[in-house]
Design a protein around this ligand. Sequence first.
Ligand SMILES: [Zn+2]
Length: 305
Amino acid sequence: MKKKSRFFQMICSLSAVCLTLLVSSPLALLAFSNINTAPPAVQPESLSKAAMYTEPSLVADAYYMNENTDSQPILAKPAYDVFTVEERQAKGLALEVPKASPYYGAKVVYLTFDDGPDPDNTPVVLNILKDSGIKATFFVVGNQVEKYPDILRRIYQEGHAIGNHSYNHVYRELYQSPNSYVLQLRHTDQVIKQTIGVRPRISRAPGGSAGSFTKEYWEMLRKLGYIEMGWNISSGDASSANAKRIMGNIAAQMENKNLWSHAVVLMHDGRGHSETVKALPEIIKYYKDRQFEFGVINLETPSPW
Ligand SMILES: [Zn+2]
């Protein structure tokens, strides 16, 4: 009986994969080319897990790095790598990130959410973003991804950018040495790749790089091809600020017009951050009213400072 049902399951997964390939065959070709510019052809909801693992790059509208890392990335799209650091090393592929000139618009804002995925906050944040028709960036923690893989899949499928925010977010373990920091990034890469089939190239140091990174950390990240991305607007939601205060913090920092070309806003969707979720519609409205363009963090995002 057991064998039979497993066989049946296998047939089901196989036919789902075949169907997906058939429906998206023109896209399948694109997926193997260096740059996939086409919009997703298949509704994520209709994909079985097996199909998603087989053709992850068909799901999201993103820039995928594969064997050729030296091509020009595409503005406004999340960037993912088909290979982990280990796989690149084994294949003798370049590790460093491809060169891209930083994009400064007249008014660009990057909404970023750290410490998720969280079962209470992240889905609500995703709903708000969807209703507003905008994309954001999620710096996720590896052990949270293990607990809530479906939420990570949703972030990915809905076209947001994903960044690496360590495996366990424990400062005393993370910042023992550049090596212990990078080991956590690589571990989280594996977890993310197992979940969505690709891994990010952007990362954000828990607590920020200031005060934790030495020159050796930066050197190691550069060599391994991670783009460390801080922020220049803090929502102040790490303390117990309420929604009104969070909005006020952001508005006050936006007085600095030098930040308008690349405002990177730090927020949290991790546990206990329901006030951030509450403030989010107002934050989005603030930027929409002022005609800001909403960007996702990718290889072309300028350094926040
Ligand atoms: Zn964090």
